[in-house]
Design a protein around this ligand. Structure first.
Ligand SMILES: Cc1ncc(COP(=O)(O)O)c(C=O)c1O
Length: 379
C-alpha cells in the first residue's frame, strides 16, 4: 500500500478517459464537420439544439458560445437592462452576476438555504423591489433549486425566471428536468461540466418560440436574414465543431450522471459517522453532482493535507460575489449574507467525475476522515 500511495494520484477532474472511450465517434464527427467545412451554424448546431431541447423536455434550444452568453442573451430577450434588478443566489459562480451586469441591470444577491446551498426562497420575497424584473435561481453543484415557490412568487410579482442550469444538465425537480421550468434556462458546456465541449459552448433552452427566435437573432449579429440587421446583436454563436462533439456526448449523459450519483452515495457511505458534513440531497429532486461539496471545520488544513497526498480538490466558491472587488459598487459588506460567507470558509469540493474509480473514492475518503478524526466537536 505504501508503494501504491507514493505514486497514486486523485485528480479533481480528469477529462481524458471520457475522450478515450468515445474517441472513434468523436473523431468521426469532427472529421465530418471539417470535410463539410460548414463551420458557422452548420447543420450539427440545429441538430444538437433539437436533441438537447428534447433531452431537457423543452420546446426550443438555441446554441451559443458559453453559459455566460446564454444567461445574458436570455435576459436581453426579455428586455431586461439598465435600471432593472435581477435576484440571484449569493453563492454562485461570478458569471451569473456578470451576465446580469452586462445587460446594465443590477444583480441582487439573496443568501442561501443552509441545507441545499441554493437560493433561500424564504428570503427571496424580501429582496423584491419595484425595480425587480427577474429571478435567476442557480441549480448549484447539480442540485435543483426549490422551483415551485420560486415560480409562484415570480407569477405573483410578474417576474421572469431564468434558470441557471450551467451545473445541472439532466437534474430533475419533482420529475421535471432542469431547464424546462423557468421562462428560459442557461446551460454551459465548459469542458469540466457534466456535458462538456472541447472549449467554450452554451445553450439557452425555453418553451417560448418568440424568445427562442429573439435569441437566435441576438446571437447572430442581429440578423434573421443575411446582412439584414434588425437589432445590434452579438457574435455569440455555438461553434459547429462543438455541436458535433456535444451530440456524441449527449447520448452518454444519463449514464455519466448515474455514475456521479453512485460516487456521491459511496462517499456519503464512507463518511458516515465522521465529522464531514456531506451534501444534503433534497427529496424533491435528483442531484447530478456536478460537484461533491463537503463542509469541514478546518477546510484549508484539509485541502493542504489532501494535496500533500496528491488528492486534488476545489473551492466553489472561496469569495462570495458581494465581497469581490469587481462588485464593490453594489455596496455590500461582510455580514450581509451570513450563510454564504460562513460556508465559503468551510466548503471543499472533492474529486468528482464519472470515471472516478472505487479505489480513488475510497483513498480520498480515507485521507479526509484521517484528517478530520481528532476534532471532537463541530461548530
Ligand atoms: C453556475 C454557473 N453559471 C454560469 C456559468 C458560466 O458558464 P461559462 O463558463 O460557459 O460561460 C457557469 C460555468 O462556468 C456556472 O457554473
Amino acid at each position: 500500500m505504501l508503494l501504491i500511495e507514493e505514486t497514486f494520484k486523485v485528480p479533481f477532474i480528469d477529462l481524458k478517459p471520457q475522450y478515450q472511450a468515445l474517441a472513434a465517434d468523436i473523431n468521426r464527427a469532427m472529421a465530418e464537420v471539417i470535410e463539410n467545412s460548414a463551420f458557422i451554424l452548420g447543420s450539427e448546431v440545429a441538430l444538437f439544439e433539437q436533441e438537447f431541447a428534447a433531452y431537457c423536455e423543452a420546446a426550443y434550444a438555441v446554441g451559443v458560445d458559453s453559459g455566460t452568453s446564454a444567461l445574458e442573451l436570455a435576459l436581453r430577450a426579455y428586455g431586461i437592462g439598465q435600471g432593472d434588478e435581477v435576484i440571484t443566489a449569493a453563492n454562485t459562480f461570478i458569471a451569473t452576476a456578470l451576465a446580469i451586469s452586462y445587460t446594465g441591470a443590477r444583480p441582487v444577491p439573496v443568501d442561501i438555504d443552509p441545507q441545499t446551498y441554493n437560493i433561500d426562497v424564504n428570503l427571496m420575497a424580501g429582496a423584491i423591489t419595484d425595480r425587480t424584473r427577474a429571478i435567476i435561481p442557480v441549480h448549484l453543484y447539480g442540485q435543483p433549486a426549490d422551483m415551485d415557490p420560486i415560480l409562484e412568487i415570480a407569477h405573483q410579482e410578474n417576474l421572469v425566471v431564468i434558470e441557471d442550469a450551467c451545473q445541472a444538465h439532466g437534474a430533475r425537480y419533482k420529475g421535471r428536468r432542469t431547464g424546462s421550468m423557468g421562462d428560459a434556462a442557461a446551460f454551459s458546456f465548459y469542458p469540466a461540466k457534466n456535458l462538456g465541449a472541447f472549449g467554450d459552448a452554451g445553450m439557452v433552452v425555453t418553451q417560448d418560440e418568440e424568445i427562442a427566435e429573439k435569441i437566435r437573432i441576438l446571437r447572430h449579429v442581429g440578423q434573421r436574414h443575411k446582412y439584414h440587421h434588425e437589432i445590434k446583436g452579438y457574435n455569440h454563436r455555438l461553434d459547429t465543431l462543438q455541436a458535433a462533439i456535444l451530440r456524441v456526448k449527449l447520448r452518454h449523459l444519463d449514464e455519466w450522471n448515474a455514475a456521479r450519483r453512485h460516487h456521491a452515495s459511496r462517499y456519503n457511505q464512507l463518511f458516515t459517522g465522521s465529522l464531514v458534513l456531506t451534501p444534503f440531497e433534497a427529496n424533491y429532486g435528483e442531484h447530478v453532482y456536478h460537484l461533491y461539496v463537503v463542509r469541514v471545520e478546518d477546510r484549508d488544513g484539509l485541502q493542504e493535507h489532501l494535496a500533500e497526498r496528491k488528492i486534488y480538490t476545489g473551492i466553489h466558491y472561496p469569495i462570495p460575489i458581494h465581497l469581490q472587488r469587481a462588485y464593490q459598487e453594489l455596496g455590500y459588506q461582510r455580514g450581509d449574507f451570513p450563510i454564504t460567507e460562513q460556508y465559503a470558509d468551510q466548503i471543499l469540493s472533492l474529486p468528482m467525475f464519472a470515471e472516478l474509480t472505487p479505489v480513488q473514492t475510497e483513498f480520498t475518503a480515507e485521507k479526509v476522515t484521517n484528517f478530520t478524526h481528532g476534532y471532537d466537536k463541530w461548530k
